[in-house]
Ligand binder design. Structure first.
Ligand SMILES: C[S@@+](CC[C@H](N)C(=O)[O-])C[C@H]1O[C@@H](n2cnc3c(N)ncnc32)[C@H](O)[C@@H]1O
Length: 300
């Protein structure tokens, strides 16, 4: 999606040092278009940046999600990357409890995307297989939110040469939902098309090398949601910024960004990385039309 060619964009990146619960209070109501974040998971990475006990997780997160609800625009979206750990041979239920508590807080739990980690480590456990996916929970403030589905279309792929070429009689007429929901599909509508809408599964490799952070996002993860839910000049927030992947990708895609991080060294590292982003780099890395660009990066 292009910014208007004669538009004068002023791109910003702000990094706030401190606890999100407090720092979020600095942001105005209804000001953020998209929140993409991965908070510390319960009881994990204690040695690097602390971990919250799974029994206390919901209580810890709710004041933060209350602030996120306040700062998100009614048309905005919150994408929460999280995964429950195994406790005494069972999956912990804190993520499910968190979803229920956030619904009570006023959030709509619109969708759950799956991040399939294509390159997860091999291993053997006596009672389970290696964990190759994480949740990407989508929450909204209202049922009518901004979504630019055409921005994430994928090549039709094998469908064009296999199933679509051999349509059954049912496929050629509208296959109305058997549960009477009013939804149905007419697969023949997709003949002759070269692009389809994607599924809710993202197949992405983890990417921690060269990031100086043990739990960094692959860049494609925030990029995909930024394309889907925002347009240039919108504002993206990551309240658990880490190595700053969300901010750097947002700026590269002509979106403004705010990051909050409790570890000072990570804030300094992100500030340095933001300085390296120069306008010419944005223009060659993306397909957006050149526009007058001014950037400000600040650490508060
Ligand atoms: C899973 S990491 C995020 C990684 C990030 N997505 C990236 O691409 O690098 C979570 C981050 O949240 C930070 N953090 C933990 N508690 C915090 C809090 N209360 N407020 C702000 N940041 C916090 C940690 O220091 C850590 O860097």
């Amino acid at each position: 999606m292009k910014p208007l060619s004669n538009e004068k964009m002023k791109l910003t990146a702000h990094v706030y040092l401190g606890d999100s619960k407090e720092q979020l209070k600095r942001l105005p109501d209804d000001s953020v278009d998209l929140i993409v974040t991965s908070p510390p998971y319960a009881d994990q990475r204690k040695s690097t940046y602390g971990g919250i006990h799974h029994d206390d997780y919901v209580e810890w997160f709710l004041p933060i999600s209350a602030e996120l609800l306040r700062v998100l625009k009614p048309t905005g979206t919150f994408v929460l990357n999280i995964k429950e750990k195994v406790v005494e041979g069972e999956r912990s239920t804190y993520v499910m409890e968190l979803i229920l508590a956030m619904r009570k807080q006023g959030w709509l739990w619109t969708e759950e995307f799956i991040w399939h980690k294509k390159n997860c480590y091999p291993g053997k456990w006596p009672n389970r297989f290696r964990d190759a996916w994480e949740r990407l929970l989508q929450f909204n403030k209202s049922r009518k939110f901004n979504m630019y589905q055409e921005e994430v279309m994928v090549p039709m792929g094998d469908w064009a040469t296999s199933r679509l070429k051999n349509l059954s009689a049912t496929d050629k007429i509208r296959d109305n939902s058997k549960v009477g929901s009013g939804f149905g599909k007419n697969i023949s509508n997709w003949l002759e098309r070269d692009k389809a809408y994607p599924t809710n599964v993202l197949h992405l490799a983890t990417e921690c090398s060269n990031k100086n952070h043990s739990a960094a996002f692959p860049e494609e993860l925030p990029e995909w949601f930024i394309k889907l839910f925002t347009k240039p000049d919108d504002l993206i927030l990551d309240p658990f910024m880490g190595s700053g992947t969300t901010l750097l990708v947002a700026n590269r895609m002509w979106r403004n960004a705010i990051g909050i991080e409790v570890v000072p060294e990570y804030c300094e590292m992100v500030k340095e990385k933001l300085k390296l982003l120069e306008p010419p780099l944005f223009e060659t890395k993306t397909k957006y039309e050149p526009a007058e660009l001014k950037r400000r990066a600040a650490v508060r």
